[in-house]
Design a protein around this ligand. Structure first.
Ligand SMILES: Cc1cc2nc3c(=O)[nH]c(=O)nc-3n(C[C@H](O)[C@H](O)[C@H](O)COP(=O)(O)OP(=O)(O)OC[C@H]3O[C@@H](n4cnc5c(N)ncnc54)[C@H](O)[C@@H]3O)c2cc1C
Length: 257
């Protein structure tokens, strides 16, 4: 509900289940009203409380979508994630969190248990456009987005999805059009953010035809290298690619927390 000052309360979702589809991913199922679930994706701005804070001091949201933080200490961090599944009829949203170690969101996910809460402060699309041929490139943080893009692609779509993960144990089943090849890249002992696998793999490809769309989500330096390649060697214009840094090596993603 919107108050006379134009500020509205954030939607709050409650954890109902937590599973581990791979060793470093926690899959958290959250429940809320049908409206809140429908509005919680595909990309979603999560308000992540401190671990073990049962009554977080949530911010509010202004008419223009701005997050208005409470005065003083609140311990709530704002982070972007992807709803890999949204089911308003069942009132469920599913989010895969990579457990990378540090960071309020990773720590929250590592400790998540039924009854826990997360706030939602807005959402956006995945930035993908339909095309005859797609190039998708991402690491494990982009896997939820890539799984949605592939599942929603037209059956006649052709192309390639490159996904960098630590090893075979981090691969996940993907539903894709038969004309799209999924290629897993294993960085092994190289720490995340220090591998050039993804950028090297794109650099080794021949540019696809005219009706192509490239989608990239990974660590920022890798995305910068791939974006430069797509714009120069592939000659892709702004409408033909979406390449954004999903996380920054050695730096938190948001100053808000
Ligand atoms: C549109 C969008 C959608 C996203 N969707 C997802 C998603 O569905 N699932 C998901 O897991 N992530 C997703 N991310 C990435 C996620 O927002 C970042 O990983 C974020 O930094 C995690 O916040 P944090 O509080 O855990 O760590 P932060 O406080 O942001 O960072 C703390 C430290 O952890 C490091 N770090 C952050 N992420 C990683 C990582 N993946 N591997 C290794 N080190 C890391 C940072 O470099 C920093 O040193 C998405 C990002 C964007 C922009």
């Amino acid at each position: 509900m919107t108050a006379p000052d134009g500020l509205r309360a954030v939607d709050v979702l409650t954890v109902v289940a937590v599973t581990a589809p791979t060793p470093t991913v926690r899959r958290v199922v959250l429940t809320g009203t049908a409206e809140a679930v429908a509005a919680a994706g595909p990309t979603v701005n999560l308000l992540v409380p401190r671990v073990d804070d049962p009554a977080p001091r949530w911010p509010q949201v202004a008419r223009d979508g701005r997050v208005v933080w409470p005065v003083g200490s609140h311990g709530v961090a704002l982070r972007s994630y992807t709803a890999r599944r949204q089911d308003p009829a069942r009132g469920e949203v599913e989010i895969d969190f990579v457990l990378h170690g540090d960071g309020p969101a990773a720590a929250w996910a590592a400790a998540a248990a039924p009854g826990g809460v997360l706030g939602i402060a807005g959402s956006g699309d995945l930035g993908v456009r339909p095309a005859a041929t797609v190039l998708l490139a991402g690491d494990e943080t982009a896997l939820p987005a890539i799984s949605r893009i592939l599942a929603e692609a037209a059956p006649a779509t052709t192309g390639l999805a490159l996904v960098e993960v630590a090893g075979p144990e981090e691969e996940q089943p993907l539903v894709a059009p038969t004309g799209v090849t999924v290629r897993w890249l294993h960085r092994g002992d190289t720490p995340p953010g220090e591998s050039t696998l993804l950028a090297d793999a794109v650099a080794g490809l021949d540019p696809a035809g005219d009706d192509v769309f490239a989608w990239v989500g990974a660590e920022s330096a890798a995305v910068r290298a791939i974006r430069a390649d797509l714009r120069s060697r592939w000659g892709l214009g702004r409408a033909q690619h979406h390449a954004i840094g999903y996380w920054r090596h050695g730096r938190p993603m948001s100053p808000a927390g």
